[in-house]
Design a protein around this ligand. Sequence first.
Ligand code: ZN
Ligand code: ZN
Length: 431
Amino acid sequence: MSLTTRSVPVAAAMTVCPDCGLILRSPRLRPHLVAVCPRCAQALRRYRHNPVQKGLALSLTGLLLYLPANLLPLMTFSVLGIESRGSIVQACGHMFASGQSFIGLIVALTTLVFPLAILSGLLLITLGLSRQRKAAWMPALFRSYHHLTEWAMTDVFLVGVLITIIKMSHMAAVTLNPGFFCLVGLVVTTVAAQTVIDPPLFWSRMEEQEPQPSPLQTPADGTEPQPADLLACHGCHKLLPADYPQQSGRHRCPRCGHTLHPRKPNSINRTWALLATAAILTLPANLLPIMEVDYFGVPDRSTIMDGIIYFFQEGSYGIGLVIFVASVLVPLFKIVGLVIILLSIRYRWQSWLRHKAIMFRAIEFIGRWSMLDIFVITLLCSLAQFGFLSTISAAPAALYFTGVVLSTMFAALSFDPRLLWDAAAATETRQ
Ligand SMILES: [Zn+2]
Ligand SMILES: [Zn+2]
């Protein structure tokens, strides 16, 4: 750990935990070590070797695989000589063509648009950093990259492809096509590219390229600034003085341009509203049929639970369990977990604070995995079309279920976990 001296600007030697707001001295990183917040156990920073070059190589490889992974057919299903195959782009197009435009749009954004955006963004940023180029667009692009990482879901989609293969292998012969292998490569490179980079290092390099006057200096008496005197940017986690001056009428971070707030505005009310929306949508999502299978012209509609029971009856316990966890337990855990956190702020419950912080991070992490069922339905609707033999289409609950996933994800995004620690600190001060 490095100590702050009077001659060094505090901003360079201090850091903030984004999850609990604790002000810490910047850790000195060593290979294989992770800096962890002592209060909420959030991993603050990991040692990365050559993050710029590795990020550049992996994002470029990912971009090369992007088009074949999305345009080439993923797999072929054949039943009694009738073959059905398709690519990711065709699967999205099929949802639009069959009147499920909203689901088609969400699938297209999460599997086509956002993955392309994060790979291109990462390529431009690492290219700029490796050439020591000074570009005003880099901080804004890196901030957007962070916002989009949660919404780029090729990894979830790949698990959806695997579930579709297992589901279809009961009734059709399945052949894997080149698109499938390119998709595996795309997922591996995208996840690796996001893992090898070192965001705090990238931010500091961008700042070096475009030097900002450091507004935060050690007070003349040698004491360290107190949390109340500081403001952390939500976008890049830069520490600034609480009275940081407004520029052209707006309170913005000098490094990344994000609007500055001590805490996310209206966080509690927005989270409650989104949770209420999710809870209401959960009812039709689970009670109405989510998929319609037409065998020889006889329609058979099934709910989420029917689909899970089907896998258990067929003996595919593993897949049945994965769908049960992703479609039933995860949305329920997200809603109940966030309600417990909001109530503990409302009633200032001080116990299990660290556990609640860890639970919130789990809610944030698993949020996107609930899209699994929607991806499986999209793939089945477009790839399992066998003419007069059988066709599959999405039923009304698919739309409501997508609404549940989106509203719980937005609820987790609206919530500011530092409020949990603020409420506990306020209670302690009062006592
Ligand atoms: Zn913390
Ligand atoms: Zn910032």
